[in-house]
Design a protein around this ligand. Structure first.
Ligand code: ATR
Length: 278
């Protein structure tokens, strides 16, 4: 009889019941016939550190993190990757065999892989990027675009000071533009991304027009409920190529799954459907 222990991983949040990660990882485990389990785990902010240490002792290989833990976790982990340090948040936690806890951020990776998979001709180096929003998601997107060689990132946010803080954090390649001039700031951009919650079901839409955008600009949204946001619809009406935000969620899960369950999983239509139906 084998005494091999099934790999355990999960997602930690507060609350956790809306997370799509269990469906996502569960689909891959089943598809590849892998031994392992991926569980939703509710931990309040007060319980986060002790809770993670317990999971580590109980043999968990790692966890994904969701709201509200992504920033707080950096205060007590033993090691932090460059991407997590620069983004200032972690979405993937590794429990190492020596008992230490490592924090990584794969949101920027997920953002880029989604665009590369769905728009293979996209060249982030070919022109400035315009990022709308300056919250946590924007930090991952700005980091990723700079890392992929975007010459400049223009950043617009309703609350200007948040955009300025983010620009100061990332340096001279990030330029703050006025909230009232988002549409004009599309001029010459190779990449245009909404990272705000505007356009999400139940939220007002992002009021912009794409008149100044180059015909070859690639437009994306991190909102994926609905999949085709009003922002993306407006871009499509101008003939622009668009990529919806669901793929970012799917791709950000790949590195964690590979490290915990030992196989690099595929992101395809079958996975999209499984997550949409969950
Ligand atoms: P996340 O971590 O998901 O990015 P967040 O930190 O709350 O969440 O950021 C939400 C983003 O959506 C911010 O850029 C926010 O703008 P403010 O910094 O001005 O709050 C933006 N946002 C949310 N509701 C908005 C609205 N009604 N109009 C304009 N921007 C909005």
């Amino acid at each position: 009889m084998s005494n091999k222990v099934s790999p355990l991983a999960g997602v930690v949040g507060w609350p956790i019941k809306h997370s799509k990660s269990p469906a996502l990882h569960g689909h891959w485990l089943e598809r590849y016939g892998l031994d392992g389990e991926y569980r939703p785990i509710a931990l309040s902010p007060d319980e986060l550190e002790t809770g993670l240490r317990k999971l580590s002792k109980r043999g968990f290989k790692g966890v994904n993190l969701t709201i509200p833990h992504k920033e707080a976790v950096l205060k007590f982990v033993d090691s932090i990757t460059d991407s997590a340090a620069l983004i200032g948040a972690a979405n993937t936690i590794h429990f190492h065999a020596d008992g230490t806890i490592g924090a990584d951020n794969t949101d920027g990776y997920g953002f880029i892989q989604n665009l590369r998979q769905n728009a293979p001709m996209w060249d982030p180096k070919s022109g400035p990027a315009l990022v709308v929003g300056a919250g946590g998601a924007a930090r991952a997107v700005v980091w990723a675009l700079l890392n992929e060689g975007a010459p400049v990132v223009r950043l617009a946010n309703r609350t200007r000071i948040r955009a300025e803080n983010l620009a100061n954090h990332f340096g001279a390649k990030v330029e703050v533009v006025e909230w009232s001039e988002v549409s004009e700031a599309m001029d010459g951009a190779a990449t245009i991304v909404n990272t705000t919650s505007l356009g999400m079901a139940g939220q007002p839409e992002l009021r912009v027009h794409f008149d100044a955008a180059l015909p070859e600009a690639l437009v994306s949204d991190i909102v994926y409920t609905p999949l085709n946001t009003p922002f993306l619809e407006k871009a499509q009406a101008r003939g622009l190529e668009t990529v919806d935000g669901l793929g970012m969620l799917l791709h950000q899960a790949v590195p964690g799954f590979e490290s915990w369950f030992g196989r690099k999983p595929e992101v395809d239509d079958e996975l999209r459907q499984a997550v949409l139906n969950a």
